[in-house]
Design a protein around this ligand. Structure first.
Ligand code: BTN
Length: 234
């Protein structure tokens, strides 16, 4: 990734890059100390007090069928960066990262089209680095500090971007298969009973695995189901 911008405070690093997408080249990364209107998936708020790492990456790839897998590459890159500290992170499909069953990172991917032309993909990442109190974030959460890891946000950012940059060209060319083994190894729910909301309904079953496309394979009372988008609720 090429250019790194630092902002003290911004509404949202994703919003910033979407607004300024024409001003910055592919690969620009912006990170902020605080966000006043940090956004999560499904219109949720991302609490963004000092101590967390909040950054977004501006990507301008030619349209390709693997864009939805970019968040999975980012989740894998975050795991690889956290493993440097001796942690054992796991991916809650499709792209939350947890340690010990508690969320440490989330990713929000947004695309901007002009008519039918893809102008930009903005991948936004929040990682809990040195926050102490994460009781108010609405779900079990943890931070590097709470796990006994003392490091800087910049160091974590540098490592995540390095892993992401290494995997990006192959993913755009050949798709999820290039990270299938590494991603599946860190897939938290394998073999477990899970409940998934796919935006339309709630589905119960056993997590059988991840497909070569990165979708979730579930064994349900009605047979195997392939889930393209959704959230694992438990
Ligand atoms: C989620 O788990 O719901 C996704 C959270 C994504 C939060 C990051 S913080 C940096 C970037 N800017 C935002 O407003 N959101 C993302």
């Amino acid at each position: 990734m090429s250019r790194l911008l630092h902002l003290d405070t911004v509404d949202s690093t994703n919003s910033y890059l979407k607004t300024h997408r024409a001003d910055w080249p592919h690969g620009t990364v912006v990170y902020a100390d605080c966000q006043t209107a940090g956004r999560g998936r499904c219109d949720r708020t991302w609490v963004s007090q000092a101590g967390g790492l909040y950054f977004s990456v501006l990507l301008k790839p030619p349209y390709n069928p693997f864009l939805s897998n970019l968040t999975q590459l980012m989740a894998l890159s975050i795991c690889q960066a956290l493993e440097i500290y001796g942690l054992t992170p796991a991916i809650k499909w499709p792209n939350d990262v947890q340690v010990g069953g508690r969320k440490i990172s989330g990713i929000l991917s947004e695309t901007v089209f002009d008519k039918n032309t893809l102008e930009a993909v903005v991948l936004g990442v929040g990682i809990n680095v040195s926050q102490d109190g994460l009781e108010n974030v609405g779900q079990p959460a943890t931070s590097l500090k709470m796990l006994g890891v003392q490091t800087s946000r910049e160091r974590v950012l540098e490592n995540v971007l390095r892993f992401f940059g290494q995997g990006y060209p192959a993913l755009c060319e050949k798709g999820f298969e290039t990270i299938y083994a590494a991603y599946t190894k860190r897939f938290a729910a394998l073999g477990k009973e899970i409940t998934v909301n796919n935006g339309e309904k709630t589905i119960f079953g056993t997590a059988e695995g991840i497909s070569p496309r990165g979708t979730l394979l579930m064994r349900t009372a009605q047979g195997q189901k392939e889930i393209y988008i959704g959230d694992i609720l438990s």
